[in-house]
Design a protein around this ligand. Structure first.
Ligand code: FES
Length: 142
């Protein structure tokens, strides 16, 4: 079996929603200290709906494919649906990732969550802090 699924190769070689949103309503940036990869997600939100999403990823092919797929999965969705997106769902939508590449999809989930948190913070919207990654106490970057 090939190491990467056709979907991963497709999203890696032809990533969707690459770029920057000027005046984004929420921006999330996360990095993985071990591999050095960085992902940035921009959200445009109207009436609690994600009307546009773009990403910039400086990272491996799996991180690029994961960001591309994740942006497609939250486009047009409510902020609550976006908040519920897991790296497992992204990995499944990509047709799987090799075990040592799962952390790349975690980056996509965390970047989206951080962008939503940024939106909530900027608009003084209360939220449940336990729904967001706690970078200071998370083991995976240390
Ligand atoms: Fe760093 Fe994939 S190896 S995100």
């Amino acid at each position: 079996m090939a190491l990467y699924s056709e979907k991963v190769m497709d999203h890696f070689t032809n990533p969707r929603n690459v770029g920057v949103i000027e005046n984004a309503d929420g921006i999330g940036e996360v990095g993985n200290a071990k591999c050095g990869d960085i992902m940035k997600i921009y959200l445009k939100i109207e009436n609690e709906t994600i009307v546009d999403v773009k990403f910039e990823t400086f990272g491996c092919g799996s991180a690029i494919a994961s960001s591309s797929m994740a942006t497609e999965m939250i486009m047009g969705k409510s902020i609550h649906e976006a908040l519920a997106l897991t790296n497992k769902a992204v990995t499944e939508a990509l047709g799987g990732l090799p075990a040592h590449k799962i952390h790349c999809s975690v980056l996509a989930e965390e970047a989206i969550k951080n962008a939503l948190k940024d939106y909530f913070d900027k608009n003084n919207i209360p939220y449940d802090k336990s729904q967001f990654p706690d970078c200071a106490n998370c083991a995976h970057c240390h």
